[in-house]
Design a protein around this ligand. Sequence first.
Ligand SMILES: [Zn+2]
Length: 371
Amino acid sequence: MGNETMAKASEIRDKDLRQQVTSLVERWQGFQTKVSERVASILVEGRAGLAQIIEEHALDSGPMGTALTAVQTRFQGVDRKVDEAWEQLDESFDELTDDEELDEATYDVIWTVEQDLRREVDALRATIETTGRSLEVSSRADWARNLAIVAEQERSQPLTCSQCGAPIERSVFWQSSNVTCGHCGSVNGVEPGAASSTFYQGGGVEALCQERAWPARQVELAAEEAYKHLRHPTASDWAQWMAAARAYWTKYYETMGELHPGHGQPVAEAVANRLAGYGAYEPPVEKVHRDFFESLCRASAAGDGSAVRALLGQLPVGVDLDECAECLMEHGDGNGARTTFMVQYRVEQETDDQQEWLAEQMRSLRETLSD
Ligand SMILES: [Zn+2]
């Protein structure tokens, strides 16, 4: 992506301006390389430290948790530096485009270059976050695997009847249970050992489920990010996020069923409960808006001008024409945004020159979306 961005920057006709833009791109690329190296070294050091702590504290996840927090703080420090670097870049770009004399074509090129860099910044920050989260998931799973070995040893210890001393066997090892002695008939209350109880009730199994479901969880996190990044998401955007959430929780509970003999809840039911939580706190109007924007985007993408105008003529409460243009634009439909502004021009009885007014609206729309 970096070279393509550079190729775009070199299209700028004005030599001075071109040099300024290419040097911004170069500065970013140098910074990006340094950040990647820094993230890699934090990861290596973090892994080594965590492996030792897991080895030393099999039954207690506390020290691992503390060590993980320390590593996350280092990742967050790098993330903050990236954010600061972006703010500076953004300011430099604003200075370059804040020029009334700038022709629209040049403005477009600079805007596109800035958008490219912005995507790279977002991707870099996402990588930093994912690296931190992955380390946490794999460390907790390593701890759980170590704990499972201790739990296994615990379970193989012989048990005897408290009344007659005859050997008894337990079939439930993940929670307290009653075992009837085959010799004297006494009922023995049997507690799981410390390792078993931590493994089954204190985060061990969960850690292994999280690890198994981690690829699906990453897909879900990306879907959530994409959804929340949108100013005006559609019903399809929501459905995409929910499909990713469903896949993640399904993997999670399938693994739970496999690893935890005491987990009786059917996968479909457990997943449905989780999914119900996703939309539980949003006001119902959100769904109304998503459905409306869905219809708008579909009609516009299909080139159905009369359907688009009909939709724009009966906006749901809380949606205005500017927002319709924003929605279409952020879903990659610049023509749809233009059509919306034409409707707005007529509705609001603008008197300025239509082409100039339209160009101004499109320009300010891009600025809004790049904020
Ligand atoms: Zn007995």
